[in-house]
Design a protein around this ligand. Structure first.
Ligand code: ZN
Length: 560
């Protein structure tokens, strides 16, 4: 896939000429052809922007793609301006009915929402926000931590935090946390600038604070911050007690008199289940798994392999975490991860592959807005794939499969209160944009105690005074993207439950959901997939009961 930096001056001119053709269209046909040309131009720019971003994340010290990333950090807001001017015209389109007949109404709703999030007067702020976001990524990727004579980045150090040997766990956690503590001032400074910028943009655009702007930027069309608050309250009431029971059971299983934060990653005294082979072996088994799961997943995974659309192994200077993105110019998904020998590697091949499968299935929808739905819907695709592939987990875990499933399901549940804590914290931050960094840390620790009452930071001052959130990249890079995982998890649990009794039917509904891409809103997609809304407290109650029962029925002997 050849990369070429867009000539932005010419690009802008061509975009504006086409926009003019769109406005002046004398017939449906003329309008449609200008519309298609605009989307071809958008694909061209976005494909180059995505390529630059992928290649920058693969090697953050490569100066060529670093410069390209900087180019896009600076020009993306100008591109956004072009798209916004298109949206403005789209809403007034002379032959709007013809477009609605082809693409439905959601495109117009999304365009209207997007208009609220942008104005020329915030271009500089958006550029600054991009720069700060890249600065955060670089700082995290720069970690070089000495451990037992070797140098690791944060992903590379993670397996030691799961060691059955408590001394190793403690040492690994201390080194990991020390990186964040040592960079606290920089991390606080970056975030403080981000919060002030975001608040300032919200005010310039006529919002009271960043919360409403944040929701609009997430393209949320069918729920508000008040719905999300009710959801968090239901989680607090229904799921926090169950997650506390699971933590107590874990402590007992590990035979620990005191249960500290550095013990939490370890599920079993003999160690957590690990994939039983090399990265190549894992990918081979994943190919078998997707072949057996369905013809649709087989076709998809072959496409990913044949076109080298996965970069999975942890390397020095690679950015942290994992993601799936879409190169619209090639109609190709791309998966990025940092394999480190833990069960997390398998989660990548189910979770990120779930995202990739969805955009592969929706690649024919033809417009940028519909390749992916909003993110809480996207996470249904990924988290449900993690469960739909359960019958193949023995390929990776052999005799440790039962332990893997127990960990997977219990961790999925325990995650939800944490996700709500992150979300509540973000609402607090943007309601109180003028707070000091220390007040933010205090607020996080208070909220953390509410949702994770068991958490004991031992003697770790940085964590005890509320430092944990600084490793949660979403809080920096994608405000209000986090509750999405918890809403989606409650949908994925429904696929988990349904697939136990009727796998065929659950899988069919899942594929139908993926085929819709982003052509419907979250709650509409929930309906299409025959799921119950996570905003209904009864949904949480029912699922909590099902998951709790399944976990309770696993005998402890199986988990030693
Ligand atoms: Zn995901």
């Amino acid at each position: 896939m050849p990369y070429r930096r867009p000539d932005f001056v010419n690009y802008q001119a061509e975009f504006n000429t086409t926009l003019h053709q769109f406005m002046q269209a004398a017939s449906e046909q003329e309008q449609l052809s200008a519309f298609d040309k605009i989307y071809a131009l958008r694909r061209e720019f976005e494909t180059m922007m995505t390529l630059a971003s992928i290649r920058n994340s693969l090697n953050t010290s490569d100066s060529f793609y670093e410069a390209e990333q900087n180019f896009f950090d600076e020009n993306e807001p100008h591109y956004k301006k072009l798209v916004t001017s298109f949206y403005r015209v789209l809403l007034q389109a002379p032959f709007r009915n013809a477009l609605e007949a082809r693409y439905g109404n959601l495109l117009f709703q999304l365009a209207a929402l997007s208009l609220k999030t942008f104005d020329d007067c915030i271009i500089e702020d958006l550029q600054k926000e991009n720069t700060l976001s890249t600065e955060y990524t670089k700082l995290i990727a720069s970690a070089k931590i000495e451990f037992d004579g070797q140098i690791y980045n944060l992903s590379g150090l993670a397996p030691f935090k799961l060691s059955p040997d408590r001394e190793i766990r403690i040492k690994a956690s201390e080194k990991y946390d020390a990186f964040f503590a040592a960079n606290k001032v920089a991390l606080d400074r970056i975030f403080d600038e981000m919060v002030k910028l975001r608040h300032q943009m919200a005010i310039k655009l006529g919002f009271n604070n960043f919360i409403e702007l944040g929701y609009a930027r997430m393209s949320r069309t069918d729920y508000t911050a008040a719905d999300v608050k009710r959801f968090r309250d239901a989680v607090h009431e229904q799921l926090v007690p169950i997650s506390q029971e699971l933590k107590a059971r874990q402590q007992e299983r590990l035979g620990l008199g005191d249960f500290k934060y550095y013990d939490e990653p370890l599920d079993y005294p003999g160690g957590n289940p690990q994939p039983q082979g090399s990265p190549e072996w894992i990918v081979q088994h994943a190919a078998t798994m997707y072949k057996e799961l369905s013809p649709a997943t087989d076709e998809f995974f072959q496409f990913m392999q044949q076109n080298e659309l996965m970069d999975l192994i942890n390397k020095p200077d690679k950015a942290g975490g994992g993601y799936c993105t879409f190169l619209s110019g090639y109609q190709a998904p791309f998966i990025f991860s940092n394999f480190n020998g833990t069960s997390h590697d398998i989660d990548v091949l189910t979770h990120e592959a779930g995202h990739a499968f969805q955009c592969y299935r929706s690649r024919y929808l033809g417009i940028e807005e519909y390749y992916f739905p909003t993110l809480e819907a996207c996470e249904i695709h990924s988290m449900s794939m993690e469960f739909l592939t359960w019958p193949w987990m023995h390929l990776f875990f052999n005799e440790h499969t039962d332990k893997y499933k127990f960990s997977h399901l219990s961790r999925a549940l325990i995650f939800i209160p944490y996700g709500c804590a992150v979300d509540e914290f973000q609402h607090w931050i943007y309601e109180n944009p003028h707070c000091t960094p220390d007040e933010r840390h205090n607020a996080f620790r208070t909220i953390e105690k509410k949702y994770l009452p068991h958490r004991d930071y031992a003697e770790n001052n940085y964590m005890e005074s509320g430092g944990f959130w600084q490793r949660q990249s979403h809080i920096y890079r994608s405000p209000f993207y986090y509750i999405d995982y918890t809403l989606a998890q409650l949908c994925a649990f429904q696929f988990w439950y349904r697939s136990q009794s009727n796998r065929e039917e659950a899988l069919n509904d899942y594929i139908v959901l993926c085929d819709q891409g982003g052509s419907k809103s979250f709650l509409e997609l929930v309906k299409v997939a025959k799921l119950n809304s996570p905003f209904d407290p009864n949904t949480i109650k029912t699922i909590a009961g099902q998951v709790k029962k399944w976990l309770a029925e696993v005998p402890e002997e199986q988990l030693s």
